[in-house]
Write a new protein. Structure first.
Length: 190
């Protein structure tokens, strides 16, 4: 609650200043003031729409991944990471490419989406993560698809710790003949 008081005070002062300005402007020239308010309102709405649609626009202009046969290009994202969208057992799953991860590490929610029950898995492997030690359950993924590439019966693990995103580690990346960087783009080739 104490963090809210300065924020509320700031907004009250802002509203008082803005309200005072509007009263003075409307008294001097109401027609012109109304047109200017409408113009600024439309500009503001345009900015909100632009920010709201930015990811869609960005994906159309600069897609998150380009798949061309056995070549996959992953542009570096704003957070400095590389992401890849794949289909596991027919379900779409987003991964962050993690060269520091030994194998595919599925989040519990992604594991459930692809048909695994995290509640019944045996979390028997101790794993070192960026957030400390966790436990993981070894699993097999029936199929992994990206573009025309399909891999079957792939080893992975499901962590017992909550994760925002699944990780694509070295055991899967080593299936590619070449993993390289071309400027700000990670290239995977079979």
């Amino acid at each position: 609650m104490s963090d809210e008081i300065p924020r509320v005070a700031y907004f009250v002062l802002l509203l008082i200043a803005l309200g005072g300005y509007l009263i003075v402007e409307f008294r001097a020239n109401p027609g012109k003031s109304l047109r200017q308010m409408l113009a600024w309102g439309l500009i503001f709405l345009g900015l909100i729409a632009g920010f709201g649609l930015w990811e869609d626009i960005r994906n159309d202009v600069a897609p998150r991944q380009i798949v061309d046969g056995g070549r996959i290009e992953l542009p570096k994202q704003d957070d400095g990471h590389f992401y890849i969208d794949m289909r596991l057992n027919g379900e779409a799953v987003e991964f962050m490419v993690d060269t520091g991860a030994t194998q595919i590490a599925l989040s519990p929610s992604d594991a459930e989406r692809i048909g695994l029950d995290p509640e019944t898995l045996s979390y028997s492997q101790m794993v070192a993560t960026a957030n400390g030690t966790a436990f993981a359950a070894p699993v097999r993924i029936d199929s992994i698809e990206i573009g025309g590439i399909t891999d079957r019966d792939v080893a992975a693990s499901v962590t017992d710790a909550p994760m925002d995103i699944s990780l694509l580690g070295m055991s899967y990346l080593s299936r590619f003949a070449r993993v390289s960087f071309e400027g700000e783009v990670m290239v995977l080739e079979r």
